[in-house]
Design a protein around this ligand. Structure first.
Ligand code: PGA
Length: 244
């Protein structure tokens, strides 16, 4: 545990390429790696680069396991706003990850019970190999909305106004954003063997510095990355880092 390594890159495109190198290296070393692929705008170039490498025969994802990070609640099957659908389009389909190699979050029934069972199953499987994460302007990881401590379990959550307004950019307006979600808890995210945090754009500048430099605490869930057991790499572009 040496604290996060910070790589400052020129722009969103270089961020995608540098992240693709890191992810490709992880998969080359551990072909059956379990990977949490965040949705959101930031990792999309990374996923496109990975797909291009696979198409060129440079990356074998035939054993990779994908583990879902978060999902809105209350959507009908096939709803355009499903985060699983976004993960399918951007990560699973381009990389050919299907069937039992896709581990989904529970969305039905007694969610507290189902999430507890999910966490027990994760405990048995052990830590994921790689978590690819973005950060919210409020410091969330997944939908672990502040305040949130490092031991938070997988659970249903109510989204904060900051997240709803950020997610409005994906789907149209705030009214289009579901207000509830399920998120993998901080405990399992922080246990990942490798964590790759991707940060792009001016709007993330304040929070990335708070997360990496201010007090560690529940007001900025991402600050707990500094206490994570595994390897943490933050790839941040100049617009977000403030060095342009
Ligand atoms: P973004 O989302 O990549 O679209 O900025 C990140 C997040 O909210 O975690």
């Amino acid at each position: 545990m040496g604290g996060p390594r910070v790589l400052v890159v020129d722009d969103a495109d270089e961020l995608g390429r540098v992240a693709a190198d890191l992810v490709s290296d992880t998969i080359a070393l551990a072909p059956a790696a379990s990977v949490i692929p965040a949705t959101g705008r930031t990792p999309m170039k990374l996923y496109a680069y990975l797909a291009a490498r696979r198409d060129a025969g440079l990356l074998d994802t035939s054993e990779v396991i994908a583990v879902q990070l978060d999902e809105y609640l209350g959507l009908a099957d096939g709803d355009r706003r499903s985060l699983f659908g976004w993960m399918e389009r951007s990560f699973l389909e381009p990389l050919g990850i299907t069937g039992e190699r896709v581990i989904r979050l529970p969305l039905d029934g007694d969610l507290d019970d189902a999430c507890a069972a999910y966490d027990r199953d994760r405990d048995v499987r052990g830590p994921v190999d790689l978590a690819i994460l973005g950060i919210g302007e409020n410091g969330h990881l997944g939908f672990n909305e502040p305040p949130c401590g490092p031991d938070a379990v997988t659970r249903p959550v109510v989204l904060t106004p900051t997240t709803i307004s950020a997610n409005a950019g994906y789907w149209g307006s705030g009214a289009d954003v579901p207000t509830r979600a399920v998120t993998m808890g901080m405990r399992h995210l922080l246990a990942a063997r490798t964590i790759l945090l991707l940060v792009s754009g001016r709007s993330k500048r304040r929070i990335v510095h708070r997360a990496l430099e201010d007090d560690i605490g529940p007001d900025v869930p991402a600050s707990f990355l500094r206490e994570a057991e595994g390897d943490v790499t933050v790839v941040v572009d100049r617009a977000a880092w403030g060095a342009e």
